[in-house]
Write a protein that binds this ligand. Structure first.
Ligand code: NAI
Ligand code: A1CAB
Length: 267
């Protein structure tokens, strides 16, 4: 299989590394397409055997799968400035937030589009991707794509494309919410006089341990909270402040706002 990555940024390169790591493609069969020359030498050092071209240089694209990993805001420009024609049997996999399959099909004049929403832990093979496909894509074509996605972590097929905006808001953006909470905890530690490095260690190990406990427990989240929060104790004092300030509601509101933004990105 030959794969072209249109937009070799964070996600495009994470995907590329996973495909090579799990030997799903040969490095010679990977074609990285970049906006301009500025990152050429850095990328060619990382991918010495792969083909690297700038967008304007590509006049013919010899790939079975083209992964579109540019920002949604750049997509229209990209689609209108293709110097190559997509061939009938080429598959397109978009990981752009918000942009619907129908819009991609229309702008690319091409029916074979799969839309996916990964997240940044794909870099470690620990991501999760929700994906859906245009009508007319065969089961075996879909399985091939799923095999690639699974090299970046887990993947879940969704029948209903509308849900992908929710997935974007939940797991696509999710790592940033997690870092945001971790950051607030580390800063609280520093304010209480704990050295920053130590505060980081306490918080990161707490998140790791709590994740595993949650994952290995039969108990509900409420019960797990109860296990930590002793009556009249410290945790209860913290949770009271969170509830008084509607923390959970605010987090939920933010996530719904992310979903709304995904819908707006389709234009
Ligand atoms: N960063 C994340 O955690 C996630 C991002 N996404 C989606 O992945 C896509 C890429 O996001 P990132 O990798 O974070 O952005 P990025 O900015 O790191 O990568 C985008 C790349 O596209 C390149 N580009 C722009 N125009 C181009 C052109 N005409 N030809 C070739 N390359 C061009 C840019 O130079 C840049 O390197 C976005 O559509 C985003 O919605 C999806 C899930 C998670
Ligand atoms: O923030 C964004 O728009 C992209 C989509 C999900 C994560 N990053």
């Amino acid at each position: 299989m030959k794969i072209a990555i249109l937009g070799a940024g964070n996600m495009g390169l994470s995907f590329s590394k996973s495909f090579l790591k799990y030997e799903l493609i040969k490095p010679e069969n990977l074609h990285l397409i970049i906006r301009n020359d500025s990152k050429f030498s850095k990328i060619s050092e990382e991918f010495p055997k792969s083909k690297i071209s700038t967008f304007d240089e590509v006049t013919d694209l010899d790939a079975d799968l083209i992964i579109i990993a540019v920002k949604p805001q750049d997509f229209q420009h990209v689609a209108e400035n293709f110097k190559f024609q997509l061939k009938e049997n080429q598959m397109v996999l978009s990981i752009m937030a918000g942009i619907k399959i129908e819009k991609i099909q229309t702008l690319l004049h091409h029916p074979l589009v799969v839309r996916a929403m990964p997240n940044s832990p794909t870099l470690l093979g620990m991501g999760i991707t929700g994906y859906t496909a245009a009508e007319g894509i065969s089961f075996s074509q879909l399985i091939n794509i799923e095999r690639l996605l699974n090299s970046t972590g887990r993947s879940v097929y969704l029948e209903n494309e509308e849900l992908l905006d929710g997935v974007t808001a939940l797991s696509g953006s999710g790592p940033a919410y997690f870092y945001y909470i971790v950051d607030a905890m580390i800063k609280a530690g520093v304010e209480m006089g704990i050295e920053e490095n130590l505060s980081k260690l306490f918080v990161k190990q707490t998140m790791l341990g709590a994740y595993h406990l949650m994952n290995n427990s039969e108990k509900s989240l409420e019960e797990l909270i109860k296990d930590v929060a002793s009556k009249g104790g410290t945790t209860e004092a913290a949770l009271k402040t969170f509830d008084e300030n509607s923390c959970k509601e605010i987090l939920k509101k933010g996530i719904l706002n992310a979903e709304q933004r995904a819908k707006e990105l389709n234009g």
